[in-house]
Design a protein around this ligand. Structure first.
Ligand code: SF4
Length: 221
């Protein structure tokens, strides 16, 4: 536990990517009108959840006015709404909404992190920023020893995991599932508005990913 706390403190104070450090601060200062009365987090975000978790969710990066505002990944934005609801429906969270860091939303047997821990402009991190941040994902994977299922949300998260784990020749697609070493790796479209509002990712497609993860974890019991 101490090791994870130490890592998370290191992440929060990281300044390896000057472009992202400056962007997250700028967003926190300028805000958007609907959140103009709120104090933004405006720093890198560590992962959160159960250190003994068997399931790991890897997102792309915090949203500028979501996690970068609330101080917790997938909290306070539309992607977070989809994540919270599907986790709750499958027994991986204590409630179906994730709005603020003090909302009593707790993960069950799950840890959530992202390939890049700072909100990037237009949700597009640069290659070198992904590489910089991959050392943290690597450390998280080594600390979270009970992980059996890794769900990668979107192509960037999937590619980052594959690169980190030296998995070659596997292309991203929604619903891909394969075993690699001690993990079952599943990829899904990211639940961003861009995907959910265009019909690229339906609720059923999204929900099936987590039903499958639950079934796999149940088989280990
Ligand atoms: S993206 Fe990762 S490596 Fe880059 S500054 Fe943020 S925490 Fe550090």
């Amino acid at each position: 536990m101490n090791t994870l706390n130490q890592l998370n403190r290191q992440i929060i104070s990281c300044k390896k990517c000057p472009r992202l450090v400056s962007y997250t601060r700028k967003v926190a200062k300028e805000k958007v009108r609907r959140f103009s009365d709120q104090k933004y987090w405006g720093k890198p975000l560590s992962g959160f959840g159960d250190v003994k978790a068997e399931m790991l969710l890897v997102g792309l990066a915090p949203a500028a006015h979501g996690g970068n505002r609330t101080g917790r990944m997938f909290t306070g934005d539309s992607s977070g709404d989809w994540v919270a609801k599907v986790l709750y429906e499958n027994g991986f969270a204590t409630k179906p909404t994730s709005d603020s860091i003090n909302d009593n939303f707790n993960l069950i047997n799950t840890y959530i992190t992202a390939a890049v821990k700072c909100a990037p402009p237009n949700n597009k991190p640069l290659k070198e920023e992904i590489v910089n941040c991959s050392t943290y994902l690597e450390k998280e994977l080594s600390i979270l020893k009970n992980i059996k299922v890794i769900i990668c949300l979107g192509r960037i998260a999937f590619d980052s995991c594959c690169k980190l784990l030296h998995i070659r020749g596997v292309k991203f697609s929604h619903g891909k599932l394969f075993r690699y070493r001690k993990w079952i790796i599943i990829s899904t479209y990211h639940p961003s508005r861009q995907n959910t509002q265009t019909g690229r990712l339906s609720w059923k497609q999204w929900s099936d990913i987590f039903l499958n993860a639950k079934r796999i974890l149940d088989e280990y019991k």
